[in-house]
Design a protein around this ligand. Structure first.
Ligand SMILES: [Zn+2]
Length: 389
């Protein structure tokens, strides 16, 4: 098979269409549901004659899953996943929805994170249909909602019932292969005291003084204990106290003090388990202290670390196909989270891959290099053609 050629002008056109559809996550200022993006993807698939499912994850916030049949119709499929939502547009210095092209770069919110990946995946599907070629196994294209906040979209893909052998998760990796990242647990801890007039502090219990003991224990004992752990691709797990509030007036013994903590997990650690251990340890710490009363609140953010073996078929294929186009390809870990950890957690080997640099994601003049988007489409198509053979 000669190498796959996908027209850069065509990929550019798709990306321009996508960037011109506002899809700021509704949790952010000026956000809108992803419906219009979903409509576009659905129409695109239907024009290609491919079956697709529209799954209302939340009202007006649908995932769209398109299906390209494989030669082995019943084999577990390859998932191509890219999120449709973007971050906010506040303070951007360019037209966020202009999709303007200058010097081979396309500018706009989502241009690199991650509409470029979605455009590359759609162009790859189109290439198969237009050339009348079937991949060895079914390919599912999932355009998902809500990656930037709660990962609701990818979690819904897991409920869709499709059997998945592996996944390519679109994010701006500069055409390198990301196989590991950290997870995170963030929660609030509250100490409860008894308020009193500060002229008679002995009649109260100071919640701030109590919290100082907690902070000290977290910084010294709990966080130092993590020093021993190390993952070769993402480094060490960490634990930090990141916010503190407490007290109501300068002459009142405070009855409440609150902190927020940020715990970064590494592959091999389970974020749910980590959270339970934090809760147990601090509860025990308070009991042993005798005077300390505290509540460890359930996490307000919890996400999983991910890693996929560099020897897995999907990583080997993406890396090999990318190397044909750009030479040296890195297989590495990154500090940011992605939809991929939800897939690897249930045993679906996943690689995070896409055009553009994470340095341009979420920026005031977000852009992507168009040449990379076309190369990404060819790498993804090459992967689809070889996976499961
Ligand atoms: Zn992204």
């Amino acid at each position: 098979m000669t190498s796959i050629r996908i027209n850069e002008a065509r990929v550019t056109q798709i990306l321009q269409d996508l960037v011109r559809i506002p899809s700021v996550n509704p949790n952010f200022e000026g956000g809108v549901p992803e419906r219009d993006m979903a409509d576009y993807v659905e129409a695109f698939l239907s024009r290609l004659g491919l079956a697709s499912e529209r799954r209302e994850v939340r009202p007006d916030r649908p995932n769209v899953i398109g299906i390209l049949p494989g030669i082995s119709a019943d084999a577990p499929g390859l998932l191509l996943e890219a999120h449709m939502d973007t971050v906010q547009i506040a303070n951007m210095t360019i037209d966020p929805y202009g999709a303007e092209i200058r010097d081979g770069k396309l500018y706009g919110r989502g241009a690199c994170d991650t509409k470029a990946s979605l455009a590359a995946m759609l162009a790859a599907l189109e290439w198969f249909v237009e050339n009348g070629i079937k991949p060895p196994v079914p390919v599912y294209l999932a355009a998902t909602v809500d990656e930037e906040v709660n990962f609701l979209g990818v979690l819904d893909v897991l409920e869709s019932g499709h059997r998945l052998a592996a996944a390519v998760v679109g994010e701006p990796t500069g055409l390198h292969a990301v196989v590991a990242h950290k997870g995170v647990v963030r929660c609030m801890i509250e100490t409860i005291g008894v308020s009193a007039h500060s002229s008679k502090p002995e009649e109260g219990v100071n919640a701030i003084s109590g919290m100082m003991k907690v902070v000290h224990h977290i910084d010294r004992t709990m966080s130092e204990r993590l020093q021993g752990a190390f993952h070769p691709l993402v480094g060490r797990p960490t634990l930090s106290v990141t916010e503190i509030t407490g007290g109501v007036a300068p002459n009142t013994i405070p009855e409440r003090c609150l902190i927020k903590i940020d715990r970064r997990t590494v592959p091999g650690e389970d974020s749910d388990q980590v959270w339970r251990e934090i809760q147990e340890e601090l509860t025990r710490f308070a009991q042993e202290d005798g005077t300390l009363k505290l509540i460890v609140h359930p996490p307000f953010v919890l996400d999983y670390a991910m890693d996929t073996s560099p020897d897995s078929e999907i990583v080997r294929l993406v890396t090999a196909k990318a190397a044909e186009k750009i030479g040296e390809v890195r297989t590495h870990g990154v500090p940011y989270g992605t939809d991929a950890s939800k897939l690897t957690r249930v045993g679906i080997p996943s690689v995070v891959f896409g055009p553009g640099s994470i340095d341009q994601a979420h920026t005031k003049d977000e852009w992507v290099e168009l040449k990379q988007v076309a190369l990404a489409a060819e790498i993804i198509a090459g992967t689809m053609l070889a996976f499961g053979k």
